[in-house]
Design a protein around this ligand. Structure first.
Ligand code: SF4
Length: 745
């Protein structure tokens, strides 16, 4: 049915990638019929990409579930919300009581970081469940960075971001922001910022085995052998020491372990790493000298340097280089954002530090990192009998059947569960195994605030979008879905969902009024709770965080400070200024200093040293990202699934000729763990010895309800992996740089 009703516009921050662009939605009646960049948005200033422009299409996808699904006699059938939560309460809580908290596994998918519900409720759910079986998308993409930040700075969330607008020299490794729009670095119009860097005379170096669109923009492109970024970074560090080019500047008094670091990288000379990286030693030296000589510089590494065998070492060395060149925590270098919902800054001093491996997984003995276990270990935790076996799974916006290694094994494991609940708008490759599927409403019908991405933003700012369209009859807000889930598993099934928010508010305020450093120290918590505003519990919690945050009004302590009401009055957001130095106050290490050579890193360096003399595989696989894709959940939008966004294996012409492959013909990619067959795309944008397959595809499994994705299913690259290849410090799956064989199919 065509949309009807009056036409209006509404601002809305885009939830489709980490760039968080402001959009102006055109709405006819209750249907979003268009989206354009919001020129008045304080952060994105009108930028939009094809994904954001398809917001309306995604929002109105006819395949989105509108009512809960409940399994009856083996079939998923539509049911009421009450029936769905009754079943969750009846099955999950008794199961956890009988078999213990670890019998429930929680899986959090990437879209959780794009919603208010995904930020506010999973911590409460985990607190109620008390399970240590937590698995998230982080061990498929970014856990190495959390671990390196935890070890260096004492806080896994203290991730410095490149100061894109002011830097003179940017070194990007394994990142393709022209297609991804950035990750762990929230920067609307990342492409425009790179072009501006070039225009103001700055230097852009890109290290990537593919000549990506970003690499084509660079002054220098180093087509490194995949998986060896840590060796290159270690060599850059070695050159800085050898040629006396280190100059930490204002950081000097805050660094611990400088002499030990110098000793630790002594072997990693450019000559020693050149063969493994397949780079010229002279070029590595030149790069190190240029980094040191630049007035300001920033090193930034992402997926291609992270989801590899030495992902944590590479992530650590990125910030080591920033520190040694004096660029950590200075304008133009790499700085720590200060989000409006961060804790207000505290005086500097020693902290609790960051520990790895406080517990291990039951079957494989994998150490936890940041409270999480490797998602690649989920299947074995379900399959293997014994005390503590996972018997039930709660999957929130997660599709690990496609996103984690060996989805086929995981599917079999999910079928063996006693109970599973998915919160997901789609009946997809994972949710189809659930006993209950709880669908959140489309994004236009939810309020939006970026709790996660403001903490990685290249400029401090704050924006809030109320729902652009009211909830449809019969649907339920995602915050309410998750609050009811908390109540159902926590023995309060049927209580008012606002009880969950009230408990969090009471607990937070109770701590704040007892804290001598808080602006509300000594005040009455009940009175403060009554002063919170907002249409519901989630907004009241947001108001609380803003008011106690670094820009907040402190409940009257700073009358001009931030509140949700003030923010809501500014629909295009509030600019909070450029990033500023935050050291040493941000440090939570035991020493109160930046710990340059933490013991777990030092203990892992021999593994990297062994890579200097290893024999490289003749053919390795890397992933790739397309501008019109993010993860599996966007493949059901017609304008995003098509054209050049194709699931092919890219092969260099020389390899194609050697292997007898033809452009467009089918090829079989094989590893020790599996094989896939897909069309060949011959291109010299991948270096010889490397093939590239995108992720998130493989929509040909039965029982899903995603018609567009099924029509162009592609194949799932993770079927080439069995999950045994991992970065040991972070538990992150090796998704890039693993050996494959390739042949005509
Ligand atoms: S770059 Fe990301 S946030 Fe911006 S419009 Fe595109 S998908 Fe949305």
């Amino acid at each position: 049915m065509p949309p009807t009703g009056p036409v209006r516009t509404a601002p809305r921050v885009c939830p489709l990638c980490e760039a968080t662009c402001g959009l102006t939605l055109t709405i006819e009646g209750t249907t979003v019929t268009g989206a354009r960049g919001d020129r008045d948005d304080v952060f994105s200033k009108g930028f939009i990409c094809p994904k954001g422009a398809s917001f309306g299409e995604l929002d109105a996808d006819p395949d989105r579930l509108r009512t809960p699904l409940i399994r009856v006699d083996g079939e998923l059938r539509e049911g009421s919300w009450d029936e769905a939560f009754d079943l969750v309460a009846a099955r999950l809580r008794p199961l956890a009581e009988e078999h213990g908290p670890e019998s429930v596994g929680v899986v959090l998918g990437n879209p959780n970081v794009h919603t208010m519900a995904g930020a506010l409720y999973p911590p409460v759910l985990l607190g109620v469940l008390r399970t240590r079986n937590l698995f998230t998308a982080s061990t498929l993409d970014q856990m190495p960075k959390h671990v390196s930040s935890g070890l260096l700075f004492g806080d896994p969330l203290a991730i410095p971001v490149p100061d894109l607008d002011r830097t003179d020299h940017l070194l990007l490794l394994g990142a393709n922001p022209l297609d991804s729009n950035g990750s762990l670095c929230t920067a609307p119009d990342f492409p425009g910022k790179l072009k501006a860097l070039r225009r103001r005379g700055g230097t852009l170096t890109v290290v990537d085995p593919r000549r990506t669109r970003t690499a084509r923009l660079a002054d220098r492109h180093l087509a490194i052998r995949p998986g060896t970024d840590a060796l290159l970074l270690a060599a850059l560090t070695q050159v800085l020491f050898e040629e006396e080019l280190t100059d930490p500047g204002a950081l000097a008094g805050h660094l611990e372990g400088l002499a030990e670091l110098r000793e630790a990288v002594r072997d990693f000379t450019p000559d020693a790493v050149a063969a493994a990286c397949d780079l010229d030693a002279g070029e590595i030296r030149t790069l190190a000298r240029e980094l040191a000589a630049a007035p300001t510089a920033a090193v930034y590494g992402r997926i291609g340097s992270c989801t590899v065998e030495y992902g944590t070492l590479a992530s650590w060395l990125v910030d080591v280089l920033n520190a040694l060149t004096g660029n950590l925590d200075r304008p133009g270098g790499a700085l720590f954002p200060l989000s409006a919902t961060d804790r207000a800054p505290r005086p500097a001093g020693p902290g609790k530090g960051f520990a790895l491996g406080r517990w291990t997984s039951r079957v494989g003995g994998h150490p936890e990192a940041k409270g999480e276990l490797p998602i690649a270990a989920l299947a074995e935790e379900i399959e293997t009998p014994g005390d503590g076996r996972i018997r039930a799974v709660i999957a929130l916006a997660a599709n690990p059947v496609l996103s984690a290694p060996d989805g086929s094994r995981l599917e079999r494991a999910l079928d063996g569960l006693d109970f599973m609940v998915s919160v997901d708008p789609y009946l997809n490759e994972t949710s189809r195994h659930a006993d209950v599927v709880l669908p959140p409403p489309p994004p236009s019908r939810s309020a939006h605030f970026d709790f996660a991405f403001n903490g990685f933003a290249v400029r401090n700012q704050v924006r809030y979008s109320p729902p652009a369209v009211p909830l449809a009859p019969g649907s339920m807000d995602e915050c309410e879905i998750l609050a009811r889930l908390v109540l159902a598993v926590g023995g309060m099934h049927g209580a008012d969902p606002s009880a969950v928010d009230d408990q969090v508010i009471d607990r937070t305020l109770g701590k704040a009024v007892a804290d001598p450093l808080s602006p509300v120290h000594g005040r009455d918590a009940k009175e403060l709770a009554a002063a919170l505003t907002g249409p519901g519990g989630p907004e009241r919690r947001l108001d609380l965080m803003l008011r106690l945050g670094p820009y907040g009004d402190g409940f009257g302590a700073d009358p001009a400070g931030l509140t949700l009401a003030r923010l809501a009055d500014r629909p295009h957001g509030i600019d909070l200024g450029p990033l500023k130095p935050r050291l040493p106050a941000i440090l939570k290490t035991r020493s109160g200093r930046v710990e340059l050579l933490p013991p777990p890193i030092a203990a892992d360096l021999p593994r990297l040293r062994a890579a200097l003399t290893g024999v490289p595989a003749s053919l390795v696989l890397v992933g790739r990202r397309h501008l019109r894709s993010n993860n599996s959940w966007m493949h059901n939008v017609p304008t995003l699934n098509g054209g050049s966004n194709r699931c092919t294996v890219q092969v260099h012409p020389a390899d194609a000729e050697r292997l007898g492959l033809t452009d467009g013909g089918p090829a079989r990619v094989t590893t020790e763990a599996g094989e896939i067959t897909l069309p060949v795309e011959i291109t010299d944008t991948v270096r010889a010895g490397v093939v590239s397959v995108p992720h998130g595809w493989g929509h040909d499994r039965p029982g899903t309800r995603m018609a567009v994705a099924r029509a162009r299913p592609g194949v799932n690259v993770n079927q080439l992996l069995d999950g045994s290849r991992r970065d040991p410090l972070s538990g992150t799956s090796v998704l890039n740089g693993f050996p494959v064989e390739l042949a005509p199919a």
